[in-house]
Design a protein around this ligand. Structure first.
Ligand code: DC
Length: 217
């Protein structure tokens, strides 16, 4: 039997690192949905699609986008864009992109299709609430904003200072959790793990300890 592990939480809560390692340990697949919103954001920046573009323009552009994952790296229309989607510009532009209804519907359909035939760890903001409400396992990762800013800073993908990153995180959290469509929210049946003071291994062990033995072998 295939199953889904939904991992949601704000940025810098360790979702991607934990999800990727968890999938490796369990020998199942990993889907990073944040990368998909970032890929669309990058394509829109490159093709002059903006927040005030018409629904028609957005739909036409979406139909020109093909997203694939190969070895956990994201490809946009055949080009590996993994190293191009975490710049400050793409990150900032992803806010409106991920709040747009047409774009979300398009990407949620893709996510359901990708994870339809195998067991998957899927990370994002709305995985346990909207994309896979019937996921067998649901976890909601959090950490203090100071700790999350520090982690982002150490990734060295931003040109901002720690203080600026923390400020941007707080803004983005507020935007993500207060948007009308699929806001960042813990599913009622998800287990919340605050990993501010936990190592990656400790968080992984906590997650695995909640799983059925048959899925961990
Ligand atoms: O996890 P991340 O930082 O790579 O996500 C990038 C952006 O995409 C962030 O603004 C939240 C948004 N996102 C979303 O709205 N829904 C998801 N399932 C995943 C990410």
């Amino acid at each position: 039997m295939t199953y889904i592990i939904a991992i949601d939480g704000p940025s810098g809560s360790g979702k991607s690192t934990i999800s990727q390692k968890l999938a490796e340990i369990l020998k199942i697949e990993y889907l990073n949905t944040g990368s998909m919103y970032r890929a669309v954001s990058k394509y829109f920046l490159d093709n002059n699609i903006k927040e005030n573009s018409t629904e028609n323009e957005i739909s036409i552009a979406l139909n020109k986008i093909k997203i694939d994952f190969i070895n956990n790296e994201i490809y946009l229309n055949g080009e590996n864009i993994e190293s191009l989607i975490r710049t400050d510009l793409v990150t900032k532009n992803t806010s409106w992109v991920s709040a747009n209804k047409i774009i979300r519907e398009n990407l949620v359909a893709k996510q359901r299709q990708i994870a339809s035939t195998k067991s998957f760890v899927v990370d994002g903001r709305d995985i346990g609430t909207v994309v896979f409400p019937n996921a067998k396992y649901k976890f909601y990762l959090t950490a203090s904003t100071k700790e999350r800013a520090k982690r982002r800073f150490l990734q060295k993908e931003s040109n901002l200072s720690i203080e600026e990153i923390e400020e941007a995180l707080i803004k983005r959290d507020l935007y993500d959790s207060s948007r009308a469509i699929s806001p960042l929210k813990k599913a009622d049946d998800a287990l919340e793990i605050d990993n501010s003071k936990q190592s990656i291994e400790q968080t992984l062990q906590t997650i695995i300890s909640y799983m059925d033995k048959e899925d961990v072998l």
